[in-house]
Design a protein around this ligand. Structure first.
Ligand code: NAD
Length: 311
């Protein structure tokens, strides 16, 4: 039975990954300091093959016994979170990644770094393929996240090249689904509660900026295929279907039959204007592409939000 460690395992993506791996027959250890995650996310996973350890991965990381895979997902991820937690974000991207890679080296485990499309910054090429180096402002407020992830990628490749760690890097594009925090500041978990309550939907800028939204089950399938693959190249995982933020808000309103109006607020500093993954590499190497279209994924997400306390 494979034994797998997931850092950030009580977060949105981490909890879905733990669930997927348990269903694949892995023994799963989730480590999380609950900075932006929640025990509620992993309550449904409790079983003999699942263990939770509450711990900050920037301080110390050791697990007894063999470990086959380490998936390093710990990091604040929503702009609201990383702007409020700039030092923790830099520390977990740097020190946390260092500790996780050190553990992978000592255990001979395969390693997967959760990187992000944000390493492309406000991109000058479109769609973004893995050979694009990005357009990031290191000293802007978002630099704390973008540069932490860029450093994490460099460190991961150094452990691969100099210590032969079988390391993988996934560049995740906007992903959504059940277990997102209603107040985490990302567009989908902000708009759905607003539309459910028929309150105004707050759009940043004029809403013409684009995003490509991937449903969580598609993402997790892609991650799994990546960690069991032979590649050590970074791989984009995301849904290439691009829409404007305004179109996304209108779809949420339509599905809910909500009476919410759109209102517009200032665009945050360095907010990317366009975002779309080129997924040719994932298709070729992993035989992966997303299966869930936006209407289906957002309907499932809305159903979950209806069961949550929104205030
Ligand atoms: P999340 O905030 O729900 O999950 C992150 C988890 O990491 C939380 O449970 C948090 O408590 C934990 N954590 C943070 N710092 C820690 C530390 N020092 N020690 C231990 N645990 C710590 O966010 P998410 O959306 O699930 O993102 C998970 C990962 O995926 C992040 O690394 C993020 O950068 C990456 N990612 C996510 C998306 C997305 O669309 N959701 C896109 C790109 C990249």
């Amino acid at each position: 039975m494979p034994r797998t460690l997931v850092t950030g395992g009580a977060g949105f993506l981490g909890s879905h990954i733990c669930e997927y791996l348990l269903n694949k027959g892995h023994q799963v250890i989730a480590i999380d300091n609950l900075l932006t995650g929640s025990i509620k996310n992993i309550e449904p996973l409790q079983c003999d093959n699942f263990k939770f350890i509450k711990q900050d991965v920037t301080e110390y990381l050791y697990i007894g016994g063999e470990i086959d895979y380490i998936l390093h997902f710990a990091s604040p991820a929503s702009p609201l979170d990383y702007l409020e937690l700039p030092i923790q974000t830099l520390k977990v991207g740097a020190l946390g990644t260092h500790k996780a890679l050190g553990l992978a080296l000592s255990k001979g485990a395969r390693f997967l770094l959760a990187s992000t499309s944000e390493i492309y910054g406000d991109p000058l090429i479109h769609p973004q393929s893995e050979d694009y180096w990005g357009n990031v402002n290191p000293v802007g407020p978002r630099g704390v996240y973008d540069e932490a992830k860029r450093y994490g990628e460099a460190l991961t490749m150094a452990y691969h090249r100099y210590h032969n760690v079988d390391a993988k890097i996934v560049r995740i594009f906007n992903t959504y689904g059940p277990r997102m925090r209603p107040k985490d500041g990302r567009a989908i978990p902000t708009f759905i509660p607003q539309a459910l309550k028929n309150e105004p939907i707050t759009i940043f800028g004029d809403g013409s900026q684009t995003r490509s939204f991937c449903y969580v089950s598609d993402l997790v399938e892609g991650l799994y295929r990546l960690i069991v693959s032979d590649t050590n190249e970074p791989v984009n995982i995301g849904n290439p279907i691009e829409m404007t933020i305004k179109e996304m808000a209108e779809t949420v309103i339509k599905i809910l039959g909500s009476t919410s109006q759109l209102i517009y607020k200032d665009l945050p500093v360095d907010d990317p204007k366009i975002r779309q993954p080129n997924i040719s590499r994932a298709k070729e190497i992993l035989d992966w592409e997303p299966k869930i279209d936006f209407e289906e994924g957002i309907t499932k997400t809305i159903e979950w939000f209806k069961t949550q306390q929104l205030d």
